[in-house]
Design a protein around this ligand. Structure first.
Ligand code: DGJ
Length: 722
């Protein structure tokens, strides 16, 4: 006790002696400016292009907002924090105590500690500013030093004021098989909000990331823009309050609905990270910052590793898994020249064999009727063909028709007094990851696979439901409102354990397609399944939206059959490949269905991708150019290596009309004074005037070139070499 009093006294003395202090949170090209002053809460007054002198911000006149406004003292504005203290008081009044700046490998970590004036309640406001990417992460640590528990009613990750102007928001809305639809709107006075309340997969409908364009309608490669990404897989809320006078204020964090969180005496809570990015190269500049940040700092697992090409069995055979089908698909993988075979759903279940979506989840034993040799025989069959082996699981789930559920009905998410409401197949239920026993079970699913078949290279981790029966058998009555949060903390524990033991295992994050495309999970996963929709035309749109925040090496893009199984559309193989090659290329069909000519085309495309395009696409800087959303019926994009000496350009035409206007195709991201030789690759034999010629980067970026694309579903891939 005495020690605590002395420490507190020391902190007060330090604060009293401290002069007001500017804290410049700098990345190579951006600055977030804070002011710490005794007796005051931390303030924020600038976020934008890098400045090295705070004085000019204040001389010019600046915004002046609390950096982490708390309820009860921030007037009527949307607060970032709301606490019920041990004595029932609902207000919090924070003042600056101390700050530190610690150098890390690729970043500086700033921690500014504030304390409530009347209570032993502490807030550490943290910012990590990267030196290898223009991204600043913000989060807080909330510490209860009071004598009894306190309740966190709202506990956002971060707050940011933005000066009012012609500000537009870009966000992604979606549905199953139609994820990441880009939506843009001007901000008018009032509240703009995106949030998700599905509990366990937050990226299906509204994704937990937005961009704000500060100079009017969003532009791909010009204008000032700010990105805000909440690194969390659970319920969230991102609010922009446009107050009609001076500023928009952004508050982002875990959604507070049904999520009051009790902090025991002495306990602390660390909020998820809010990753901020500023660029004056438009929303494309913000995207490139996030891509770089993700790759270089393991915000996607193993971020700089090249991803292998693969074939996944789902659309080829669906639940019809058996040895013959699997080995024939493996032959197909070898024939086209891909590197990895993945067996999807349908391989497991003993008492209840998995023949459709209504049974067996949780019973992770091989169905010996379908696969008499077991998984080791399949892994060997892959190795004999020189292929890597991968397998599908959905380990956080069960079905009411399963041995697991018969044994552990209390492991599912559902209040004990209610009958669970099932999802897929009329029987699917979510396991309760707040329960440590369930955490062990889920870890064990992966661990057992790795014990039985240690050469497993890849696991597709699926998740096809959400919380429909809020309640936990495990959590105590006074902690039921922790479920939305504790589920994810439990899942994170499982994934940490898996990563500690199996750092090189490639994990795909799938959730009925892109339901869990978020930076809460991606640090544990190497890639995600972009969408269950593999139609190349619709994929152009879905991939466009997804690329706003995620790099190409995380995006699993598969060539599937024609007519497409989701839309029934017929699209030529070349177009399907050209669309899939702008991410991690794979296949989702029976290669044996390809004609001889098509097989030769596929072989060539895989060779080209592996030998020439993979590094450029997966590790290059992405420039989105003509958006499919513009309504011209065309789209284009390119990827440029760091030295700007090589690039690959993709142009697509996906509509047709008589005398349809054709855009001039311009490039971006090149060195203006360098000359580049243009070579069409993956071509269909049609020649263009620029074939094999050299043009300057300046000409290519300012004037562009003509590309003859005839009719619907024609595309062109151009390799540029300095
Ligand atoms: C949903 C996934 O998105 C599909 O790719 C496939 O794995 C099925 N689940 C299997 O049930």
């Amino acid at each position: 006790m005495l020690k605590r009093i002395l420490l507190l006294a020391a902190a007060c003395v330090t604060a009293a002696l401290l002069p007001a202090k500017d804290i410049l949170v700098n990345t190579p090209k951006t600055t977030l400016l804070l002011k710490a002053d005794r007796g005051q809460p931390l303030h924020i007054s600038y976020y934008g292009e890098r400045i090295d002198n705070a004085g000019q911000v204040y001389s010019a006149g600046s915004l002046w907002y609390e950096a982490y406004p708390a309820f009860g003292t921030c007037g009527t504005d949307v607060p970032a924090l709301s606490v019920r203290h041990a004595d029932g008081n609902m207000t919090t009044e924070l003042e600056y105590v101390s700050d530190t700046a610690v150098a890390e490998a690729n970043a500086t970590l700033y921690t500014i500690t504030m304390k409530d004036q009347a209570y032993d309640f502490y807030v550490d406001v943290c910012y990590r500013a990267y030196s290898n990417a223009d991204v600043i992460e913000a989060w807080t640590v909330l510490r209860n030093g009071e004598k009894k528990p306190v309740v966190l009613n709202k506990y956002a990750s971060g707050f940011l004021p933005i000066r009012q102007d012609d500000v537009w928001v870009t966000h992604m809305h979606g549905e199953w098989a139609a994820e990441a639809e880009v939506t843009e709107q001007k901000l008018h006075p009032g509240i703009f909000e995106v949030h998700d309340v599905t509990g366990t997969r937050n990226a299906y409908k509204n994704r937990p990331n937005i961009m704000l364009s500060l100079d009017g309608k969003p532009q791909e490669n010009s204008g000032r823009a700010i990105g805000a990404v909440l690194c969390w897989n659970g319920n969230y809320r991102i609010t922009v309050d446009t107050n009609g006078k001076r500023a928009h204020t952004l508050v982002a964090g875990i959604d507070d609905a049904q999520s009051a969180y009790t902090l025991a005496k002495g306990a602390s809570f660390t909020t998820p990270t809010l990753a901020l990015a500023y660029s004056n190269e438009g929303i494309g500049g913000v995207s490139r910052s996030y891509h770089r940040w993700a790759r270089l700092n393991n915000k996607i697992h193993n971020g700089t590793a090249l991803r292998k090409t693969l074939l996944n069995s789902w659309e080829g055979v669906y639940f019809n898994v058996n040895e013959q089908n699997m080995t024939s698909l493996m032959d197909g993988v070898k024939a086209v020249g891909a590197e990895l075979f993945v067996m999807d759903d349908g391989w497991f279940g003993d008492k209840y064999p998995r023949n459709n979506g209504s049974t067996s989840l949780g019973d992770w034993v091989t169905d010996r009727n379908k696969l008499p040799g077991g998984i080791p025989a399949l892994e060997r069959a892959c190795a004999e063909r020189g292929l890597k082996w991968g397998i599908w699981i959905e380990p956080e789930m069960t079905n009411t028709k399963s041995e697991l559920y018969e044994k552990h009905p209390d492991w599912v998410i559902c209040p004990p007094t209610r009958t669970p409401r099932p999802g897929r197949g009329g029987t699917q239920l979510c396991l309760d990851l707040s329960n440590p026993e369930v955490q062990n079970f889920v870890f064990g699913v992966v661990d057992r696979i790795m014990q039985e078949t240690p050469n497993t290279y890849y696991i597709k981790w699926d998740y096809n439901y959400e919380i429909a029966n809020y309640g936990s058998h495990y959590l105590t009555a006074d902690r039921q409102s922790h479920l939305y949060v504790d589920f994810h903390l439990g899942l994170q524990k499982v994934l940490e354990r898996i990563r500690q033991k199996y750092p090189d295992l490639v994990l795909q994050c799938c959730s009925s397609g892109g339901g869990r495309v978020n930076y809460g999970l991606m640090p544990y996963f190497d890639e995600f399944w972009v969408s269950d929709n593999t139609d190349a035309k619709q994929r152009l749109f879905i991939q466009w939206g997804t690329s706003m925040f995620f790099p190409a090496n995380a995006m699993a893009q598969h060539v599937s059959a024609s007519p497409n199984h989701q839309t029934g559309r017929r699209i030529p193989l070349k177009f399907r490949f050209d669309v899939a090659m702008s991410g991690r290329l794979g296949m989702e069909m029976k290669p044996s269905d390809l004609s001889e000519k098509e097989l030769a085309f596929a072989q060539n495309a895989f060779r080209l991708y592996k030998d020439t395009l993979r590094t450029l696409v997966q590790l290059g800087d992405q420039y989105r150019l003509i958006s499919p959303y513009e309504g011209t019926g065309y789209a284009s994009q390119m990827f440029v290596n760091e030295a700007k000496s090589r690039a690959v350009f993709f142009a697509y035409r996906f509509e047709t009309a008589v005398n349809m206007a054709r855009p001039r195709f311009r490039f971006a991201g090149l060195k203006p004074d360098a000359t580049y030789r243009l070579k069409q690759v993956n071509g269909n034999g049609r020649k263009n005037s620029w074939e094999g010629k050299t043009l300057t980067g300046r000409f290519l970026m300012q004037q562009g070139i003509e590309i003859s694309l005839s009719g619907e579903y024609d595309s062109c891939v151009i390799l540029l070499e300095e």
